[in-house]
Design a protein around this ligand. Structure first.
Ligand code: HEC
Ligand code: HEC
Length: 231
């Protein structure tokens, strides 16, 4: 999370600097160079999701080169996903780009992203519609995505306390999937821990989350308890 928001911050700063110093970019709008500046870190050169920053955000960056999957999205749908990101499509945990990139730049990106698609055979993963539907109707799926996004960087994808960002930490993140720990966790206790214990800010390694996080906690806890069961 720390890493992911750091990366976000860096990208936002970068994009501001770039849009300020190259105001003509929209006119020339070269999708490839915009992609290489803003997107490659996570999505990778070929769009396969293997960029260096991809693994820091616990959420898989998906495969923009999967022809069967990408062909399910119209140009407008692709545009909206890039422009609005998780704000309108919360099943895709990526910040939207509309505040850093112009309409012309996003259009150029849509064109360029299309060129990344290659034929990888029939669709074997859920389609965009199925994913969106699942996110809307299944609290456990929302918990999974929020957990991966906000917690897995430290607590690990399976909750063992072994996330990427935990490697250099002096205090080990708790193994939340340990049944003993998972059993004592409630949405209230986790929410207090995430948001209300600001007085302990200096003495802990765990970041303090914003208050608007509350609506996600129930589902995250549901997912943590499921991790403990399947351990
Ligand atoms: C900090 C990492 C990061 C950066 C930088 C980034 N993305 Fe993403 N992107 C993601 C993640 C994570 C998702 C969600 C993937 C998923 O759940 O399948 C995503 C999803 C998408 C999707 C939706 C794919 C789908 O399954 O519908 C598109 C399109 C996309 N990104 C394009 C871009 C473009 C274009 C840029 C550059 C302007 C960019 N991304 C920059 C992490 C990133
Ligand atoms: C930057 C790393 C980091 C992230 C991100 C993070 N944690 Fe933690 N967490 C820790 C560390 C380290 C501890 C161990 C105690 C401490 O230093 O605060 C901890 C402790 C906890 C505890 C206390 C367990 C106990 O009973 O002692 C809970 C609950 C918890 N985390 C839940 C979460 C949830 C839920 C998320 C995601 C919304 C999350 N954490 C995100 C690092 C992190």
């Amino acid at each position: 999370m720390k890493q992911f928001s750091g990366c976000r911050w860096l990208l936002a700063t970068l994009s501001l600097a770039i849009t300020a110093s190259f105001p003509v970019i929209a006119a020339t709008a070269d999708g490839k160079s915009i992609y290489n500046r803003f997107c490659i870190y996570c999505h990778g050169e070929k769009g396969e999701g293997d960029g260096p920053a991809g693994s820091l955000s616990g959420v898989d960056t998906g495969d923009l080169s999967n022809g069967a999957y990408m062909s399910q999205l119209s140009d407008q749908e692709l545009y909206d996903r890039i422009a609005w990101g998780e704000e309108k499509f919360p099943y895709l945990q990526m910040p939207g780009w509309r505040s850093s990139l112009s309409d012309g730049e996003i259009r150029a990106l849509v064109k360029y992203v299309r060129t990344l698609a290659v034929d990888k055979g029939l669709l074997t993963i859920p389609s965009p519609k199925e994913r969106e539907q699942k996110f809307r109707t299944d609290p456990l799926e929302r918990g999974r995505i929020y957990y991966l996004h906000y917690c897995s960087g430290c607590h690990g994808k399976s909750g063992h306390g072994d996330g990427e960002a935990a490697k250099n930490m002096t205090t080990r993140p708790v193994a939340l999937s340990n049944p003993g720990i998972a059993a004592t966790i409630t949405p209230e206790s986790v929410n207090d821990y995430l948001t209300a214990s600001k007085q302990r800010k200096e003495t802990r390694n765990m970041p303090v989350f914003e208050d608007d996080f509350k609506d996600k906690v129930d589902e995250i806890v549901l997912y943590i308890k499921m991790l403990a069961k399947t351990k």
